[in-house]
Design a protein around this ligand. Structure first.
Ligand SMILES: *Cc1c(COP(=O)(O)O)cnc(C)c1O
Length: 383
């Protein structure tokens, strides 16, 4: 028998209650029954985004919402600023280039967090900048960016919007879309929202909707104005992902029952425990800036074959960790603590690492990681 554990930052495990809901027969979507669930899910999403604006649901992966953000608000030739501190920052750059924007980049070393002062000076030198794009949490490096501080700078400007890929930060770190002044926030179903892949979410501020009025790039499926019209009537323009939306309603009930503050706290504690554990094992954390509470990346010993290790753990042991991307391929491991993840999942993740690395001949104090995690987690279990 090989029991499977998903410990990668997406897709993340789906709770039993949600799986059971999604096992029910598919229902027809133009019905009061479906519209009722849709409306409840739409309300629940507003709480997670901390916005009064509609959070639109699109059938697609998170990247669909990223593309929708750009093509619905910007025009070819528009000057945009992208914070590129990893793989997902590069995605903002690539999508913007695809649609002909004048892309300027603040390129940062992987693992660092953005410096709001650098964004501010760019905007002073370039007052014609139409948009600034960033990740909340840069999943490829497990670093968190100072979204609140950057939003503060941009929110004073009428002609610049702030676009945040919150795919591994919304539902993980407190994200106050309206209060902080985020103009577009996007996320996906398969990360903090504990669902299978297949849904993307996007919310726009009044400022962003004004940009939408002037956006000329042709769009059909990802036309957000059309979606807004339909979704205000508790349906989608085209066939919704009925099954995942039914699951989403249950996920949002679970988050409400736990309390959002407790959801954030759980991610913080499991993040703290995981970071303490890998450091106690003698490894260096990848993030040098603020660490994300979605996942923890750390460097493997020099010359160690990380790819082989991750494959062994996934195929022979049943634990899926994520490796590194691009120049970090084979050099790091990323351990998720995202979504449906509690104290004992952290223990499994760390204990699995210890046993696996020991088997691969890495020298460290066996048990030091689990102990360090337990020392932190023991203060919270049963509360
Ligand atoms: C996973 C992820 C994405 C990509 O989402 P897809 O669902 O694969 O399209 C984008 N940004 C971040 C920060 C992510 O973690």
């Amino acid at each position: 028998m090989l029991k499977k554990y998903l410990m990668a930052p997406g897709p993340t495990p789906v709770p039993e209650r949600v799986l059971l809901e999604m096992a029910k027969p598919v229902i027809y979507h133009r019905t009061d029954e479906f519209s009722k669930t849709f409306a409840q899910a739409a309300e629940g999403l507003k709480k997670v985004f901390n916005t009064k604006k509609e959070v639109l649901m699109l059938a697609g992966s998170g990247t669909a919402a990223m593309e929708a953000a750009i093509i619905n608000t910007l025009n070819p030739g528009d000057k945009v600023l992208v914070i590129d501190a990893g793989k997902f920052g590069q995605r903002w750059k690539n999508i913007s280039k695809t649609f002909g924007m004048d892309v300027h980049v603040i390129e940062m070393e992987w693992g660092t967090s953005a410096d709001p002062a650098q964004v501010e000076s760019f905007l002073i030198a370039n007052p014609d900048t139409k948009a600034v794009m960033i990740q909340g949490s840069e999943t490829s490096t497990t670093a968190y960016h100072p979204i609140k501080e950057i939003a503060k700078i941009i929110s004073t400007k009428d002609d610049t919007i702030f676009i945040v890929d919150g795919i591994t930060s919304i539902g993980v770190h407190e994200t106050m879309m309206d209060e902080w002044g985020i103009d577009i926030a996007v996320t996906g179903s398969q990360k903090a929202l504990m669902l299978p892949p297949g849904l993307a979410f996007i919310a726009l501020s009044d400022k962003a909707w004004r940009f939408c009025e002037k956006a000329t790039i042709p769009r059909y499926y990802l036309d957000l104005k059309r979606e807004l019209k339909s979704q205000r009537e508790a349906t989608t323009a085209y066939t919704p992902a009925v099954t995942i939306i039914n699951g989403l309603k249950v996920v949002l009930d679970m988050m409400e029952e736990e309390g959002l503050a407790n959801v954030y706290k759980r991610h913080q504690i499991n993040g703290d425990a995981t970071r303490a554990a890998v450091q106690a094992m003698g490894f260096k954390l990848l993030p040098t800036g603020t660490p994300s509470n979605a996942a923890t990346g750390f460097y493997l010993p020099e010359g160690f074959e990380g790819g082989k290790f991750a494959k062994f753990m996934r195929e022979k042991v049943g634990i899926t960790y994520a490796g590194g991307q691009d120049h970090l391929k084979g050099k790091i491991i990323r351990v998720s603590h995202l979504g449906y993840h509690d104290a004992f999942d952290t223990i499994v993740a760390i204990s699995g690492l210890e046993m696996g690395l020991a088997k691969f001949g890495v020298k460290f104090d066996m048990g030091a990681g689990v102990k360090a995690a337990q020392e932190i987690l023991k203060n919270y279990i049963g509360e």
